[in-house]
Design a binder for this molecule. Structure first.
Ligand code: FHN
Length: 437
């Protein structure tokens, strides 16, 4: 029995060590790009002249919300301007934003494969007659620019296949487990195999189901079949929690929170929030609800302060163009990260557990704590509570310079004397150096 126990402990340690090493790069990255781009991008939120942009009938859900036939929906493929479509531009923009990974919708709920799939004919290359494999081009560009590549795959909802789950706009709502398994074995698993075989190293498989698998038609062994395929073909590929398996399952590498949901407490295992810059994910025409750069940046910093990250979405148009409002925000954030990335990349929350300051958030990296000051205190005194040890020194970061600051500490409260004006017109950083935190 003793030898069995020691083998079991060793096995668990090895699997934990492997999982731990598998996610190291993800916890270093903290910031990645999500891209929603597909047939829906050509609708631009309008169907047959009706502007649907504010009715939640937008973008990637436009076919379902408007009960559009498969044939009519497929005609959108003729609107793509292939001369203008250069996926490398998306990768370059992600790099400029300081992003370290890129997750591309390979097949969304509409069931249209973006790559040149051999599983059926319902793919953008075939529907458009372009024979362009954007996934192949994207994979090549990611390798060229050192960007990790992941795929979003809608494994549960597929409006093209007669036996995929629910939301079937042309068929009965009820699909039997046997029928669903036909979809799973004939379309989903073979397509996953193509994505995991034909495009080089895949860093993330990002699935999209918002409820535990037990509440759906899935059987656990079907999901474990997908995990086994991923582990076999791409051993270092991370799997997110929206596959549907329990977050604490050994198969789940990181937790995906709700859309645009930002944590309010520290989460020990790796996690991220998928977030939008605009209202919708796919391009749905001109939008009035663009988040500000500081709103987006606060989401990133708030998540990093609680040990998480942000996967920020863009929705390019059917000519590949990224909306200007997205580019401007991504470039602002990228410029800041280029100067002060040490406070984000590989950073975590702090043992100070200090939260909800009126001026901003704390992150920590090695033995440094970074105060991200969104609201420069009018009295030029930065008050940090919950500090259990004494900092060796405190600096304001200005571009790449360190400006030493005076401070006083009473018990666990530190008052830092700040420079007269903020050190950065965006988010200012104060760095506290400790011997150990
Ligand atoms: O229904 C999808 C939606 O279109 C989008 O892809 C988001 C991204 O997280 N996921 C689902 C809604 O949560």
């Amino acid at each position: 029995f003793t030898s069995f126990l020691s083998i079991l402990i060793l096995t668990l340690q090895l699997s934990y060590a492997q999982t731990a090493s598998r996610t190291d790069w993800f916890e270093e990255a903290r910031f990645g790009m999500f891209i929603h781009w597909g047939l829906y991008s050509a609708a631009e939120g309008i169907w047959k002249g009706e502007n649907l942009r504010y009715l939640n009938n937008y973008a990637e859900w436009i076919r379902y919300r408007n009960r559009i036939s498969k044939e009519e929906y497929g005609e959108l493929a003729q609107r793509f301007d292939w001369q203008q479509i250069h996926p490398e531009e998306w990768v370059i923009q992600a790099k400029k934003a300081g992003m370290k990974y890129l997750i591309m919708t390979s097949k969304h709920h509409d069931g249209v494969a973006i790559w040149d799939t051999k599983v059926g004919n319902y793919s953008l290359p075939k529907l458009s007659g372009s024979n362009r494999d954007v996934i192949k081009e994207l994979a090549e560009a990611c390798r060229k620019h050192g960007m990790k590549l992941g795929f979003y795959y809608s494994h549960w909802i597929d409006w093209e296949h007669p036996y995929a789950w629910d939301h079937n706009i042309e068929l009965t709502k009820s699909v039997t487990p046997q029928q669903f398994n036909t979809y799973w074995q004939e379309k989903a698993i073979p397509q996953l195999r193509e994505l995991l075989t034909n495009y080089g190293d895949i860093a993330i498989m990002w699935f999209d189901m918002w409820i535990p698998y037990e509440q759906t038609i899935f059987k656990r062994e079907q999901l474990e079949q997908a995990v086994q395929l991923i582990r076999e073909l791409q051993p270092n590929c991370l799997i997110n929690s929206r596959l549907g398996l329990p977050t604490d399952a050994e198969f789940v590498d990181f937790q995906t929170l709700g859309d645009n949901v930002f944590a309010n407490e520290y989460i020990a295992h790796p996690w991220e929030t998928p977030g939008t810059i605009a209202h919708s994910w796919g391009y749905s025409g001109y939008e009035k609800e663009w988040k500000s750069t500081s709103q987006i940046f606060e989401s990133l910093i708030s998540n990093v302060s609680l040990n998480g990250g942000l996967t920020l979405n863009i929705g390019p148009r059917a000519n590949g163009q990224i909306p200007y409002e997205s580019i401007s925000r991504l470039n602002d954030i990228g410029q800041w990260l280029n100067k002060y990335g040490e406070a984000v990349y590989g950073a975590k929350g702090t043992p100070l557990r200090a939260r909800n300051f009126d001026w901003g958030y704390l992150t920590s990296h090695n033995n440094n704590v970074y105060a991200h000051v969104f609201n420069w205190p009018l009295d030029k005194k930065l008050r940090i509570t919950g500090v259990r040890s004494k900092p060796k020194a405190i600096y304001a970061l200005q571009e790449k310079k360190l400006v030493k600051l005076s401070f006083e500490q009473k018990g666990s409260i530190i008052h830092v004397d700040l420079p007269h004006t903020a050190t950065d017109n965006f988010v200012s950083l104060v760095k506290l150096e400790f011997d150990k935190i």
